[in-house]
Design a protein around this ligand. Sequence first.
Ligand SMILES: Cc1cc2nc3c(=O)[nH]c(=O)nc-3n(C[C@H](O)[C@H](O)[C@H](O)COP(=O)(O)OP(=O)(O)OC[C@H]3O[C@@H](n4cnc5c(N)ncnc54)[C@H](O)[C@@H]3O)c2cc1C
Length: 429
Amino acid sequence: MERYDTVIIGTGPAGLAAAFTLMEARPASHVLLIDSSRMSSGGLTNDCKMNFTYPIGFPADYWDAEGAGRCLEEVERKLGPTILARANLAIYSNRAQKLGVSLLEVRQSHLGTDGGVRLARQLEQELAHLGAELSLGETAVEVLADDRVLVTDTREIGYRSLVVAPGRNGFAFLQRMMEKLQVPYVDNVVDIGVRLEARESNYPIVRDYYDPKFLFPQKVRTFCTNSGRAHVVKERCQARDGRPYFSVNGHAFSERGKASGLVNFALLKTVRFTEPLASGLAFAEMLGLQAMLMGGGQPLMQRVGDFRLGKRSKAESFNADLYDFAPTLGGCTPGDIALAVPSKILRAIWRSMKLLDTIIPGVLHPSTIMYYPEIKLYGNRPRFMDDTFQARPGIWMIGDGAGTSRGITAAWASGIRAARGVLAAGSRP
Ligand SMILES: Cc1cc2nc3c(=O)[nH]c(=O)nc-3n(C[C@H](O)[C@H](O)[C@H](O)COP(=O)(O)OP(=O)(O)OC[C@H]3O[C@@H](n4cnc5c(N)ncnc54)[C@H](O)[C@@H]3O)c2cc1C
């Protein structure tokens, strides 16, 4: 059986950052990254908007402004982003403030899905040059912690340190691991909401600020705005009992090529469960499955004009009269979102939409489309032994799957922090 100093599960930003930090600090280290996907990089290639301002992407339970700020400087040095210009923010901010809404000023870059792929390939080459090994199409199955052995679908691998960074799609694996290794965990928040798609001319703020971050009352926020060559997409998810459901999302390509003239972004409400010990994860899955039931196995979509009138949308809502652009996500079911979303969540989101329409008049044009559901699950969070995200001696759990991040730059920062823990543990006698 081969043995490594460090094995990293997952080649998303969290895993890549851990590998770079380790290899740069100890060039002779024997480091292996594995990924079940045939391409490295995880979610680095999804649109690849990067936010370089705290607290975007940094869960407050683990990060303060100072610690995150220090890591962000390193992330920026490593990834060398081109920070996008912003303009006219005072106008939007003043309008927002009068309504009790905040507009966060965030330093951002945007590579697009194609640009993200190019960055990922470049990072992969750099890592290989530094001497790290990469095994793609290999899935971690279980960990024999007492023997420090990782079992994959093809072999057994010995490790001295294990960094587990399987992302949101890997949290069922992470959950099994936490249970088997008796790592205590706590339930996480979930974000539930809709994705809006509007003509860019009805949401022109994107010309001044690529991904504007508005915080509304009742824990609602704008999230992941895409413009230029922008599309709404659907991701296949699986409830813990194996039943599939879809969550919508959005992305854009880089500026090379013809723009769609449309913008999409999510309005998400954060929901946290406490007593009686309900699970946010179970609740969100139930909502995803309920939406599938109503949409005949597909996400729902509704024009704002219909929603306002309390009417369901029909197929003809998407091709006639005022409703003058076609949805970029094909195959969704025209319907009535109000029947599928719990009223407290919907009321908070609708109120935020009206506030947004006062700040940027036009976004609630009748043609604007609401897609549902957009669900962000963060998995249960391990209770860590220390502030480097060590969950059990010799095992670090990081990234979106473990709840230490909610975005590319914070995932990268988590990888840096975990690698420092690995290095410190390795120097101890
Ligand atoms: C459509 C979409 C658009 C997004 N756009 C943005 C954006 O513009 N900006 C932003 O900051 N964030 C964005 N995100 C979120 C971003 O992708 C994540 O925050 C980030 O990728 C998390 O990094 P990670 O390293 O924790 O996990 P991931 O990037 O998800 O990587 C985890 C990797 O682990 C692998 N894996 C999982 N389980 C196993 C296993 N058992 N064995 C082996 N390998 C395994 C997976 O294949 C994956 O490659 C987007 C996400 C999506 C889905």
